[in-house]
Design a protein around this ligand. Structure first.
Ligand code: SIN
Length: 498
């Protein structure tokens, strides 16, 4: 949405038409669910250099330093622009923006709206709704990219979609295609991502031969609310630890004591691994987040959504310890792009979590993702407006009616569960080579098992998702096996492997 609104602003009187396709309601997204905020240097005591250093330290030095510098420098302007559009961010008693602290940051620099910074999506959606050149189409699932030409002349010309209500398949042609499809948390048994995070854009790009990068690096958030169920877990923002909460072992001791100089606010991969080790050691299902240093009144005021959710489960944050566990949170890699969102396939852009701009490297600094999702689209729009000097004809071509079936076979449900299990066991927080090879064999078996159903073209939504998840799982696992050493979010415990 950020890209679309910027592009329309830049187009002026030109008859640009933008169609945003969303497979679900736009509120069903990681951006809308964002609790933490946008990392930006907003105070004289902080500096761009320090934000750059923190980003590269957490990313294990695998970041593109030029992209890091560029994105960090744009932070304050982006925040001011959002405020101009009507975004509401918290202020401190002196009227300055209130800044939260999160893991890996050497300073408080996270601009936020209470514990619901998804507020930004509300502002952008309102702009989209009132901009006549932008059409929002919900419940339209993109299945594959359409390409034309060979070799260096090959380019993206549109997308093949399925309407999730009618089942109709349509080829939609456009001058430019933008992937902004988010992550793939559904590859894991526990994830903070919504059910829609099935890696669609990355999978389509892989099938179209577009280059992906840094796929080994899947970030696990240390503190998801522990529930017995698999699937989406409620996130307990890192800002809660930034406000003073401490992680405690099952026996009540301080979990991060002596493990890292930044303690509870160490980079996420360090904290998630420390919790994972404690759970393995003790056999417990969760550790505790002790928010008593914050107190009940302040907690309810600063984190109203988390407070309400915890109270709904019978816990009073600030008084009762909160049971937490790590959960898959963010795909640090994705479709390789330059700092203007351009992929290796002409006329295809990728933005946000599905892209790898080079900002994150081997692990993502907290709250840098919304920053990236605002800065890179602006630059992408500036570049695209020139590339779009000659607008191609927009066209729609119905392909076939109703390939959609409501019936998801039990074998697809079982295959999805097997994939989540094998990825959680072997390509999760702690990995080993034998396990990763086993995961790859399972992925190959599942790919073979869905091939006949795919060829028959009676597709259920679950089958479409599983096909995408398998493509992303293969890419993550192959990249993880190929990594020469543990770095960032990729940690291998084989003794022979440093
Ligand atoms: C959080 O609020 O802890 C999540 C923020 C992020 O993932 O950047």
């Amino acid at each position: 949405m950020s890209f679309a609104t910027q592009l329309v602003d830049l187009a002026g009187d030109r008859a640009l038409r933008i169609r945003i396709l969303s497979k679900a309601a736009v509120e069903v997204s990681n951006s809308f669910a964002a609790q933490g905020g946008v990392a930006a240097v907003m105070r004289p005591e902080d500096s761009f250099l320090q934000h750059v250093k923190d980003t590269i330290m957490v990313g294990g030095g695998r970041n593109d330093p030029e992209v890091v510098r560029l994105v960090v420098r744009e932070g304050p302007k982006i925040i001011r622009g959002l405020i101009g559009l009507g975004a509401r961010f918290d202020a401190d008693p002196t009227g300055q923006l209130a800044l939260a602290r999160e893991g890996g940051h050497s300073a408080a620099r996270v601009v936020h709206h209470r514990d619901h910074t998804g507020e930004i999506v509300r502002v952008l959606r309102e702009r989209v709704r009132t901009t006549k050149h932008i059409v929002m189409v919900e419940h339209e699932r993109v299945i594959d990219l359409l390409t034309e030409g060979e070799g260096a002349d090959r380019q993206c010309v549109g997308v093949r979609t399925m309407n999730l209500r009618s089942g109709d398949i349509t080829d939609q042609f456009a001058s430019l295609v933008v992937l902004a499809t988010g992550g793939a948390g559904q590859l894991y048994e526990h994830t903070t991502n919504p059910r829609t995070a099935t890696g669609d854009g990355v999978a389509m790009a892989i099938r179209a031969g577009v280059t992906v990068r840094d796929m080994a690096f899947v970030q696990f958030h240390p503190t998801a609310l522990c529930t017995a169920e698999h699937g989406p877990c409620f996130l307990i923002s890192e800002a809660v630890r930034g406000a003073g909460a401490r992680l405690r072992r099952p026996d009540g001791g301080l979990l991060m004591k002596g493990l890292h100089p930044m303690g509870d606010l160490a980079p996420r991969n360090v904290v998630a691994r420390s919790i994972h080790a404690e759970l393995r050691r003790t056999g417990a299902a969760h550790v505790w987040l002790d928010a008593s240093p914050i107190g009940t009144t302040r907690f309810a005021h600063e984190f109203p959504a988390i407070d309400a959710r915890c109270r709904a489960t019978g816990l009073v944050p600030g008084r009762d310890p909160i049971p937490v566990m790590p959960a898959a949170h963010y795909m640090c890699g994705g479709v390789r792009t330059d700092s203007r969102g351009r992929t290796t396939l002409p006329r295809l852009l990728a933005l946000g979590e599905c892209a790898s701009s080079g900002l994150h490297g081997a692990d993502r600094l907290a709250s840098n993702s919304l920053l990236e999702a605002l800065v890179i689209p602006k630059r992408a729009a500036e570049a695209a407006i020139n590339d779009l000097a000659v607008l191609g004809p927009e066209a729609m071509r119905p392909v076939r009616e109703n390939w959609l079936t409501d019936r998801t076979s039990s074998s697809i449900i079982r295959a999805s569960a097997t994939l989540r299990h094998v990825m959680s066991m072997h390509v999760g927080i702690v990995r080993d080579h034998e396990g990763m090879e086993q995961a790859l064999r399972t992925i190959a078996r599942l790919e073979r098992s869905i091939a006949p159903a795919w060829a028959r073209r009676r597709w259920s939504l679950r089958l479409i998702e599983l096909r995408d998840l398998l493509a992303v799982a293969r890419s993550i696992t192959e990249a993880a096996i190929a990594e020469p050493k543990s770095i960032g979010a990729h940690f291998v415990k084989d003794p022979a492997y440093a």
